[in-house]
Ligand binder design. Structure first.
Ligand code: GDP
Length: 299
């Protein structure tokens, strides 16, 4: 993950650190290289511009260039701006918000193939094993053949209950039944896996709104495939205006060498990346930690 970007930035900063004194010109040249490295990592252009401007402004401030270790100070500024780019002001991981009357509803949305069903099961497993919660999962995906069965199989593997399937029942009715079942079972968290489509369309958004309307979710997590880069960011932007998203899960981070989606998502959508999928297995999920990710990028 971030291999190329990390190498490129490493080279730029080695050069900076190697000098005793830095001129404004040195900083500007380094930032030109940083700009290219970020664009090659598929970071969206407005995000790159904002990042480079912020670093440049701070780095050519008098105190930095006059200090004894200007190179190191510039690297620190880059680190701080990277954290801000990945995760907002404090850069702390934003876990699931479960501060509501149980059963707390977590609604999963996203395009087909993004990893929604797998992520639903990963989160349910994590809630059960790491937080001692009692989750219930329900698939509202009546579009994709065997989607509901897929969640049931994952539920068995994760040792998490799934709502029994009633053939022919429609999504909003399944959501209502899931809520009632979660209450009866005293489940703490109800995870709703919704249907995807190949593209964002009106029918999908209408369905998501109707489901959110009856289930009043505390979390609406958009699942996107990080390998799709800026498309993932565009998908997130399309959802943002339509459904009340509370966060993003980036899947397939294990195969994403560039990292453009991760680096652009927060700024473009205003939504935090809450989790990263790092493999096909049910334990392959991590809380997204902006400080750690920035640390990984800067080596
Ligand atoms: P859905 O259509 O959005 O529900 O997608 P699925 O959950 O069925 O996932 C599609 C495929 O992506 C499956 O083969 C998953 O095993 C795989 N997948 C999901 N998340 C990840 C991930 O984080 N890393 C990798 N390598 N594969 C993933």
């Amino acid at each position: 993950m971030f291999d190329n970007l990390s190498d490129r930035l490493g080279n730029v900063f080695d050069k900076l650190r190697g000098r005793g004194a830095l001129s404004e010109q040195d900083v500007r040249e380094a930032m030109r290289e940083v700009r290219i490295a970020l664009l090659e990592a598929d970071v969206s252009l407005p995000v790159v511009r904002r990042f480079v401007d912020a670093v440049t402004d701070k780095a050519i401030g008098q105190d930095v260039l006059k200090s004894v270790t200007p190179g190191q100070q510039v690297v620190k500024i880059v680190n701080d701006e990277l954290v801000a780019m990945l995760g907002g002001a404090d850069g702390e991981p934003e876990g699931l918000n479960l501060a509501a009357k149980p059963p707390v509803v977590v609604m999963m949305v996203g395009l087909q193939g993004s990893g929604k069903t797998t992520t639903t099961a990963k989160l349910a497993r994590m809630l059960r094993m790491k937080q001692g919660k009692k989750p219930l999962m329900a698939s509202l995906d009546v579009n994709r053949p065997a989607a509901q069965e897929q969640l049931a199989v994952l539920g068995q593997q994760a040792e998490v209950a799934t709502l029994p399937i009633i053939a022919g029942q429609q999504p909003v009715d399944i959501a209502r039944r899931a809520m009632e079942s979660a209450r009866l079972q005293n489940a703490d968290v109800l995870l709703l896996d919704t249907a995807g489509r190949l593209h964002v369309d009106e029918a999908l958004m209408a369905e998501m709104k109707a489901i959110a309307g009856v289930s009043t979710p505390t979390e609406v997590l958009l699942v996107v495939d990080s390998l799709t880069g800026q498309d993932a960011v565009n998908v997130a932007q399309s959802f943002t205006g339509e459904v009340p998203l509370t966060g993003v899960v980036l899947t397939r981070m294990d195969g994403d060498a560039r990292g453009g989606a991760a680096l652009s998502m927060r700024h473009v959508t205003g939504k935090p990346i809450k989790f990263a999928g790092t493999g096909e297995k049910l334990d392959a999920i991590e809380a997204f930690d902006p400080k750690r990710v920035a640390g990984r990028i800067l080596g």
